[in-house]
Design a protein around this ligand. Structure first.
Ligand code: PLP
Length: 374
């Protein structure tokens, strides 16, 4: 039996990626500039309908320069969801700013508008980071309304939600800046990479400047600002161009995986599949579920049963306000004086294997092992 992964790179059967990589080699643009970088940016811009994009070395680098473009610096406060990967919050610290963590709400598991409102009563943040976790769009209507009232810009971490829509618009295009990741386990990959997008063309120009060591316009090497080496390689951008051509197919496959689980677990009362919001299309990057409080089977039982059969699954993101490195920062829960929604979901949740290369037999194997536990 071969190993089944949570989500692994899925290169196109048509070989699109190889063709673009070969072009980079043939033209000797084996560097961080070139046609693949330019075209990858253009193609993403066209797909999500936005004016400007900077292809970078990672999603984390994109969050970092997005915060910098919003003017986040030492002493500033940035609101950040607690329920997310640490890479969402780390760049706040890179900028010597202070994160304040916001709880999830129970429907989308993303930022709670209620908690956000209470946080605004105590702080005046420089920026608000919103995350669309597991491909589910956050409640952008409410969140954008609150942020607009306080005149605070949003940076959208759409690392997990490329292709997800909310009321007809792609996630990543709601905030002043949006971030995508092309890490190996994301819905499409460049092996490692990211992108910062915006309708602010000047802002993206500046980001490209910072990302290429902040060289002033002078023949000699002159610098008036601190730069970074954050640009995406032209070879890797070739992988991205190929992968973009199968993104819609991957979303269809991820959706089919979710539906397969949903059907298979229909009559198991303890299992609650994490449903997509009705306000748009979910990319179903990962199929995720929770077990009811009353369930005798716990997430760890499922994870271990699958592991024994060489099948990878994992817990949900551990909330950041509970992480040793972040536990001193302030936190606002969905409902005052109650256990945080994020902590509750974390305790009861599990990410199911969602690899688009899984065969029907693989899926049946996974389902059989889980069903046997109930
Ligand atoms: C993957 C991910 C990132 C980081 O992206 P990298 O490309 O791995 O740096 C940031 N935020 C979220 C929510 C992610 O899932």
């Amino acid at each position: 039996m071969s190993k089944i992964y949570l989500a692994s790179p899925h290169i196109s059967e048509q070989g699109y990626e190889q063709k673009f990589i070969q072009e980079a080699f043939d033209t000797n643009w084996v560097t961080s500039l070139g046609e693949n970088v330019n075209q990858f940016e253009n193609e993403v811009m066209k797909y999500i309908n936005i004016k400007a994009a900077a292809a970078l070395s990672s999603g984390t680098a994109a969050i970092h320069l997005g915060l910098k473009a919003l003017g986040v610096e030492k002493g500033d406060v940035v609101f950040c969801p607690t329920f997310t990967f640490s890479a969402t919050a780390n760049p706040i610290i890179y900028q010597n700013a202070t994160p304040v963590f916001i709880d999830s709400e129970p429907n989308t598991w993303n930022m709670s508008p209620q908690a956000l409102e209470r946080a605004f009563e105590q702080y005046t943040p420089k920026a608000v980071i919103v995350v669309h976790l597991y491909g589910q769009a956050a409640q952008m209507d409410e969140i954008m309304k609150i942020c607009a009232q306080h005149n605070v810009p949003i940076l959208e971490d759409a690392a997990e939600s490329l292709g997800t829509t909310y009321q007809g618009k792609f996630t990543g295009t709601f905030g002043k800046y949006g971030v995508f990741s092309f890490n190996g386990n994301k819905i499409i990959t460049t092996s490692g990479g990211g992108m910062l997008v915006s309708d602010n063309e000047k802002g993206i120009e500046k980001v490209k400047f910072w990302a290429t060591q902040a060289r002033d316009k002078a023949r000699h090497y002159q610098h008036s600002e601190i730069g970074y080496n954050y640009r995406m390689s032209n070879v890797l951008a070739g992988i991205g161009r190929g992968q973009l051509r199968v993104l819609e197919e991957r979303i269809a496959q991820k959706t089919a995986i979710f539906e397969m689980y949903q059907n298979a677990f229909q009559e198991i009362d303890e299992i609650v599949m994490h449903q997509a919001s009705s306000k748009g299309r979910c990319n179903y990057w990962l199929s995720v579920m929770t077990l009811k409080e009353s369930s005798k089977v716990k997430p760890i039982d499922i994870i271990e049963a699958l592991e024994k059969e060489e099948i990878e699954s994992r817990p949900l993101w551990k909330p950041l306000h509970l992480q040793p490195v972040f536990e001193t920062y302030d936190f606002f829960s969905h409902k005052e004086n109650e256990i945080s929604v994020a902590e509750d979901i974390f305790n009861r949740g599990i990410c199911l294997p969602s690899d688009t290369k899984n065969t029907k037999e693989d899926m049946e194997r996974i389902v059989k092992i889980i069903r046997a536990l109930f």
